[in-house]
Ligand binder design. Structure first.
Ligand code: UT7
Length: 367
C-alpha cells in the first residue's frame, strides 16, 4: 500500500503588485527587493476574500484533477481566482465544480495549514472548506505550523490514513491571506509576503511502499525549535495578549519578524533536513529529480545549495512571481510543476520548509 498524490491545485489572486508599484508607496526599490530576496511581485486577495475562499478554489482544482477532469487546452491553473476573463470559462468552471463535488464526497480527511485563518482559533478554516466542498464524510482540522504547515499536513494525513483501514483519501491544503496581517508601512516585512493557496489529494493506493517500484510519500522529517518563537509572531489577539474593552488600537494585528534570526535558522534547517532525508532514505542527491523548497527568500535556498554543493537547477523557485505565501508556497509550487508536466511518474521529489514556531521539515515523495 502506498500513499500517493493524485491531484494538485492552486488559487492565486488576480491582483498583482510588482516591486515598482510597492516602491511608490513605501521606501524600497525593485533593486533592493530582488537582490535581497529574489521577489519580483506578489498577488493580493481583494477585501472580500479570506483564507477559506482561496483554499476552496485550490481544493476544487486538486479534487477535479484527482477525479480525472479534462482541463481545457491551455489552462495552467493560474489566475483562476477573481478574474472572470482568465482561467476557466463559465461552462468549464461548472464542469470542474461538478467533478470536484463528486470527489469531495469521498474524502475522509481535510487538513489545512495556515497562519492566517478566517477566524482566531475557532472555527477551524478547514471546517468552512469542508462545508463548502460538500465533503460531508470528512473530518476537518487546521494545522498550525506556519510556513511548514503543508509539510506537517502531508505527514499527518499519511499517518491518519495509515492508522485506519476505513480512511482512504485526504485533502491537504496550505492557504494564506498574509496581506491582511502585515504592516504595509513596515518595509522589512511588507515586501516579502503574498496571498495564495495550494492543495493536494492524497490517496491510499495498491502501489508498493518499498523497493524499486515504491510510490508516494516515503518519509518525512518534522522538527521545531520553540526557543525561536518570538522571531515570527502575531503578538496581539490571542490569549496571551487579548484586545481589551475600551483599548484604542492604532495598528491592526501585524506580523513581527526578526529577519536575520529567521534567515540563519532557515539556512541551517534546510541544509540539515536535506542531509537527513537523503541519509535516512539511503538515496543520493542525484536520485532526487526536484527539490521544492518553501519560497521565503531565494538567498536562503542559494546558501543551502552552496553548502551542500547542490546545483541551483535542482531547486524549483517561483518566488519571483508569488513572493512568500507561507503554508501555501510548497503546494502552489508542486501544482505549477505538475501542470507543466515536470513531475513525471516515478520521479523522486523532495519538499523542504521552515517558518514560524520555529518549525521546519521536509517530505520525500515518489511522484
Ligand atoms: O517564511 C519565513 C519567513 N521569513 C523569512 O524567511 C525571512 C528570513 N530573512 C530574510 O529573508 C532577510 O533577513 C530579509 C530579506 C528579511 C532582510 O535581508 P537582510 O539582508 O538581512 O537585510 P537587513 O535586515 O540586514 O537590512 C539591511 C538594510 C537595512 O538598512 P541599513 O540599516 O543597513 O541602512 C534595512 O533598513 O536594508 C534595509 N531594508 C530595506 N531597504 C529597502 C530592509 N528592508 C528594506 C526594504 N527596502 N524593503
Amino acid at each position: 500500500m502506498a500513499i500517493e498524490i493524485t491531484g494538485t491545485g492552486r488559487a492565486i489572486p488576480f491582483r498583482r503588485i510588482g516591486n515598482d508599484e510597492l516602491a511608490e508607496k513605501i521606501d524600497t526599490s525593485d533593486e533592493w527587493i530582488r537582490s535581497h530576496t529574489g521577489i519580483g511581485a506578489r498577488h493580493i486577495a481583494d477585501e472580500n476574500t479570506a483564507c477559506s475562499d482561496l483554499a476552496l478554489e485550490a481544493a476544487k482544482n486538486a479534487l477535479a484533477m484527482a477525479a480525472g477532469f479534462q482541463w481545457p487546452a491551455g489552462f495552467s491553473g493560474f489566475d483562476t481566482f477573481g478574474d472572470p476573463a482568465a482561467g476557466l470559462s463559465e461552462g468549464d468552471r461548472a464542469d470542474r465544480d461538478k467533478a470536484a463535488a463528486e470527489y469531495a464526497g469521498t474524502i475522509d480527511l481535510i487538513l489545512l495549514g495556515t497562519a492566517t485563518a478566517d477566524y482566531c482559533g475557532c472555527p477551524p478554516t478547514a471546517c468552512i472548506v469542508q462545508d463548502k466542498l460538500g465533503a460531508g464524510q470528512a473530518a476537518a482540522m487546521d494545522i498550525s505550523a506556519c510556513c511548514t504547515g503543508f509539510i506537517y499536513g502531508l505527514e499527518t494525513a499519511a499517518g491518519l490514513l495509515n492508522i485506519s483501514g476505513e480512511r482512504k483519501r485526504a485533502l491537504v491544503i496550505g492557504s494564506e491571506v498574509l496581506s491582511r496581517l502585515i504592516d504595509w508601512d513596515d518595509r522589512s516585512t511588507a515586501v516579502l509576503f503574498g496571498d495564495g493557496a495550494g492543495a493536494a489529494v492524497l490517496e491510499k493506493t495498491s502501489g508498493a511502499s518499498a523497493g524499486q517500484d515504491r510510490r508516494g510519500l516515503l518519509r518525512s522529517i518534522l522538527g521545531a525549535d520553540g526557543s525561536g518563537r518570538e522571531s515570527l509572531i502575531f503578538r496581539r489577539g490571542g490569549s496571551r495578549n487579548p484586545f481589551k474593552a475600551g483599548e484604542v488600537v492604532d495598528k491592526p494585528i501585524r506580523l513581527e519578524m526578526n529577519g536575520q534570526e529567521v534567515y540563519y535558522f532557515a539556512v541551517k534547517a534546510v541544509t540539515m533536513t536535506i542531509e537527513k532525508l537523503l541519509k535516512q532514505e539511503g538515496v543520493t542527491i542525484d536520485e532526487v529529480s526536484r527539490i521544492v523548497p518553501h519560497q521565503a527568500n531565494a538567498r536562503i535556498v542559494q546558501a543551502a545549495g552552496k553548502r551542500l554543493r547542490i546545483p541551483m537547477e535542482k531547486f524549483f523557485l517561483n518566488i519571483e512571481e508569488y513572493a512568500n505565501t507561507s503554508a501555501a508556497s510548497i503546494p502552489i509550487a508542486l501544482d505549477e510543476l505538475n501542470r507543466k508536466g515536470e513531475l513525471k511518474k516515478g520521479n523522486l521529489i523532495m519538499t523542504i520548509g521552515f517558518g514560524g514556531g520555529l518549525t521546519y521539515g521536509g517530505n520525500l515523495i515518489v511522484w
